[in-house]
Design a protein around this ligand. Structure first.
Ligand code: SAJ
Length: 415
């Protein structure tokens, strides 16, 4: 049985480790965060992701998954640590470098090292290869190096990790093939081999595509607002064309991928990446736009009280990274509004976000910023009886306004 050491047990590393362990590998799951390791030793996990907890419980029980604070000898090393954005908008490599250095003492002839973390084009060869070669082994000759970018959608990771196509970039063709041997044990989609830089760039481009297209939808909302046209209806009608598919406008773009990855291309080619850069600006301006609409809706109230529904960066997860809802709450508070938040997915010790009644009581507006499933099951009529002035601003368009005898506005409507 091959041993795989997975470094980084976050949103990508843990599901990857769990999937490998349930597909016949012995997996050593490494994380520098002691809390994560001690939770795992008790068969508990630190993130919310559908079906992940059952999977982790079963692999710990059958002995295929061993949580550890340090790397151990293995046949394959997979690095899946965060690559956040630095203050100057380039790719922070310190965790990747730290992870690569930590495996050097454990490397042996024949080992394969795979980087899954998202990085700027050129990083795997320029930064990771020299670190691995500090072991005295030579990449492409007696150890193998590949980049296999993750492409799973948070909230649907366990399904996508198996069913999505995978791109594998190798330092050499043999490096790519060595990495493919691992992924083909569980990937049902196609596995496409290429070189390192192309794989790095393809990953970034996937998220750029989405960010740019969301920016178009968001800009249309602003344009239609100026022209007094219903943007939601315009998008619905335009999408009836067989080759048009405009994405959904919203409060902005959050998460650790779409809101960050474009900068890794912009920082490398700032003069050229103009569309990508403008898309970022448009998406980053959406919280301010939403706040201006809220202000317009409550301008007749002295100290408006807003009940914000949803603070995560998107629906049905607990991830707060780069969440536009956080920025909206901050800006509303700066304008002197009272804001309470209801989010059944988030547990913050200092604030109770799980109490819908306290959030809504005496409020003047329910502001829906995230499309959590729970928000579609609520009896809004009953809930509105607790409000000072019943009104819903549904930015994500998740409730049916005809169902409730309360004023409801959607983002994109004329108001
Ligand atoms: N959003 C909109 N309008 C839309 C779609 C999304 O405003 O029509 C917003 C969401 O509310 C959220 C943000 O965009 O704030 C990002 O959400 P998402 O669901 O589009 O994507 P992520 O960031 O959760 O995951 C993306 C995925 N990439 C693509 O779909 C191209 C995922 O497959 C990647 O693995 C992930 O980035 C990553 O880690 O790179």
């Amino acid at each position: 049985m091959k041993t795989i050491c997975v470094l980084g047990l976050g949103y990508i590393g843990l599901p990857t480790a769990a999937t490998l362990a349930s597909n016949g590998f012995k997996v050593i799951g490494v994380d520098i965060n002691e809390k994560i390791i001690s939770l795992l030793k008790n068969s508990e996990i630190h993130i919310e992701e559908p079906h992940l907890d059952e999977l982790v419980k079963s692999i710990i029980l059958d002995g295929h998954f061993i949580p550890s604070e340090t790397p151990k000898k293995a046949d394959v090393f997979i690095i899946a640590v965060p690559t956040p954005k630095t203050d100057d908008n380039s790719c922070e490599l310190k965790y990747v470098i730290q992870a690569a250095k930590s495996i050097v003492p454990h490397l042996n002839i024949g080992n394969t090292v795979i980087l899954e973390s998202t990085v700027s084009p050129g990083t795997t060869e320029e930064m990771i290869k020299p670190i691995l070669e500090e072991s005295g082994l030579i990449v492409g000759e007696n150890i193998y190096l590949a980049h296999c970018p993750e492409r799973v959608l948070p909230g649907n990771i366990i399904h996508e990790i198996i069913n999505n196509d995978r791109i594998i970039g190798g330092y050499t063709e043999i490096c790519a093939k060595k990495a493919m041997e691992i992924y083909k044990s569980f990937v049902k989609g196609n596995i496409i081999l290429t070189d390192l830089k192309t794989a790095e760039m393809a990953k970034l481009v996937e998220n750029i595509f989405r960010d740019v297209n969301i920016a178009l939808a968001n800009e249309l909302v602003k344009i239609c607002d100026e022209l007094k046209i219903n943007a939601a209806e315009v998008i619905r009608l335009a999408n009836k064309h067989p080759r048009v598919s405009i994405l959904k406008p919203g409060p902005g773009v959050g998460g650790h991928c779409l809101a960050i990855d474009p900068y890794y291309v912009i920082s490398k080619t700032p003069e050229t990446a103009r569309l990508i850069s403008t898309a970022r600006e448009i998406n980053c301006s959406m919280p301010e736009f939403i706040v201006s609409k809220v202000m317009q809706l409550v301008n007749d109230i002295e100290t408006p009280k807003i009940a914000v529904f949803g603070i995560t960066y998107k629906e049905n997860i607990d991830d707060l990274r780069e969440s536009p809802a956080i920025e909206i709450v901050k800006q509303l508070k700066e304008k002197g509004l009272k804001v309470n938040i209801y989010d059944p997915h988030v547990k913050i010790e200092v604030e109770d976000l799980a109490n819908i009644d306290t959030t809504v009581t005496d409020s003047d507006m329910i502001l829906i910023l995230v499309a959590h499933d729970e928000f579609t099951y609520i009896d809004y009529k009953k809930l509105s009886e607790k409000m000072r002035r019943p009104f819903i601003f549904d930015v994500k368009k998740i409730i049916n306004k005809d169902e409730w005898d309360i004023p409801v506005k959607y983002l994109g409507e004329v108001f």
